[in-house]
Structures are given as structure tokens and as C-alpha cells.
Write a protein that binds this ligand. Structure first.
Ligand SMILES: [Zn+2]
Length: 267
């Protein structure tokens, strides 16, 4: 299993050595513990709970088409790294919250406040690539098993632990994340975000500029949710730039005009 994975990873991605997979063995273990099917079931249940909690999804089809368009540009990389994920993007209508999160199985949620806070489309793409990275690296599943134990997680996937799903969803609604990812997972997701956004033609440095903007405006209330789950430390910005330098990840598209058009729709 392990050998097969390494071979297929290097066949599919010529950049395997440029973008070292931080924890392929852990990922394989996570896959064995929580299957793709279970992840999909978990993600579906969390989504249904969000609907029950009356989380407001943005109804403007232009906004949905916009975010779907960015995701379509990005998915080439994630699909190679973890085939079979059914990516689904949702915009939560909450202009006062700048946040984004991913749930197991490939659902990515972006608050409209994040679209308003970003300065260009490449920054949004960097964040989406980062969230896709969490799914590709199976971080949500790994953290869930660590926090709840395998038996509870299996029960959750089968719909046998509705209270656990409610608790998870409440954490999502409050903090914008189900479980805090460790520093190492955030770093891995940043590396994958750089890789995916550059491969889609975006300027990968935008993930760093987004964090720098957050750092400089850290006391703005709508930014606090993202800051609490994604501390934009100087170290993180340095790591992102070091990854770009080491890998030669390149892209020039910023798409400031395209984001500005959507921000006008959101206001
Ligand atoms: Zn993250």
C-alpha cells in the first residue's frame, strides 16, 4: 500500500520532490481509519445540520458561479493528489465574518466577509487552495479520530451519533472550524495552497499577502474568526515565501477586477 502510494504520487506529480508530501504515511493511515465513503457521509451530515441551524447560504447565482469558477481552476492539483473527491463550494451570507472552512469529503464553505476582505481573486484562490489542502491531506478525518476516537467517528458516519454532529456543527458555526488543526497541518495546507493556486495560474504570493493584510488589521472584528483559526504569524508568511522560492511556484494572475465585480454584488 505504502509503496504503491509513493509510486503513484511521483508518477502523477512530476513535482513530487519539489513539493514533498509532508505526511503520506499518516495520510494512508487516516484513509484506512476513515474511508472516503465515511468522510462523504460525515460531510453530508454536517451540511444538513448547518441547514437545520438556518445558516444562510448566498442566493445570488453570480456569487455562486464566481466561487465555482475559482474552484474549477484550482481542482487539477487536488484531484491528482487525492482523486475522487466531490468538491462542493458554498458561500455563507455573513459579511461580518471573514472565514473559510472545509469539512470531510470536500465541501468548502466561504463566508461572504472573506470575499469582501480580500484584495484580489488570487488571495481568495490561495485560501481555497489551503482549505482544499486540508481535505487532500485528510486533516479533518485525522483530527476527528484524534479528538473523538475511531468508534465514535464510525458511528457519526453511520448517523448513529447525532449529538456529536450537532456539537461539531456548533463549533463550526462559532469558530469556523470543527477542530483546531496543529501548526504542522496548517503549514502543510499552506504549502498545498501555494502549489494549487500557482498551478491554476494565480500569483501564489497572494496567500502571504492575505495573511499580511490580516496581521496588519488584526483588530477588525470581522477578521477575528479567521485569525483565531489561522494565526497569520510572521513564521507562516516566511514559510509560504520559502516554499515559493524553493519550488519555483509561479503565476501572475491576480484578478483584482474580477473580485471587485463580485464585491459590488455582495455590498
Ligand atoms: Zn487551515
Amino acid at each position: 500500500m505504502r509503496a504503491l502510494f509513493i509510486v503513484s504520487a511521483s508518477l502523477l506529480c512530476g513535482c513530487a520532490t519539489l513539493f514533498p508530501q509532508a505526511a503520506p504515511i499518516e495520510r494512508e493511515v487516516a484513509k484506512a481509519l476513515v474511508t472516503d465513503e465515511q468522510e462523504s457521509q460525515l460531510g453530508l451530515q454536517v451540511h444538513q445540520e448547518l441547514q437545520k441551524e438556518n445558516v444562510k447560504f448566498h442566493a445570488n447565482p453570480k456569487v455562486q458561479a464566481y466561487i465555482d469558477g475559482i474552484a474549477r481552476k484550482l481542482v487539477g492539483g487536488p484531484d491528482r493528489d487525492r482523486p475522487g473527491v466531490k468538491w462542493q463550494l458554498f458561500v455563507i451570507d455573513e459579511g461580518k465574518t471573514a472565514n473559510a472552512f472545509a469539512t470531510p469529503g470536500g465541501r468548502i464553505y466561504v463566508y461572504s466577509g472573506l470575499l469582501l476582505a480580500a484584495r484580489n481573486e488570487a488571495e481568495v484562490a490561495g485560501v481555497l487552495g489551503h482549505e482544499m489542502g486540508h481535505v487532500v491531506a485528510r486533516h479533518t478525518a485525522r483530527q476527528l479520530v484524534t479528538a473523538k476516537g475511531l468508534e465514535v467517528v464510525s458511528g457519526m458516519a453511520l448517523g448513529q451519533a447525532p449529538n456529536e454532529i450537532v456539537a461539531l456543527t456548533a463549533a463550526l458555526a462559532g469558530k469556523g472550524t470543527m477542530l483546531a488543526y496543529g501548526r504542522e497541518m496548517e503549514r502543510e495546507a499552506d504549502t498545498l495552497g501555494v502549489k494549487y493556486s500557482a498551478a491554476a495560474g494565480y500569483n501564489p504570493d497572494a496567500l502571504a499577502t492575505f495573511f499580511e493584510m490580516l496581521q496588519s488589521k488584526g483588530d477588525v472584528p470581522e477578521l477575528l474568526a479567521f485569525l483565531s483559526t489561522h494565526p497569520p504569524s510572521a513564521e507562516r508568511v516566511r514559510n509560504i515565501r520559502a516554499t515559493i522560492a524553493q519550488t519555483g511556484a509561479k503565476g501572475s494572475d491576480l484578478g483584482a477586477d474580477r473580485l471587485a465585480a463580485i464585491q459590488a454584488e455582495l455590498k
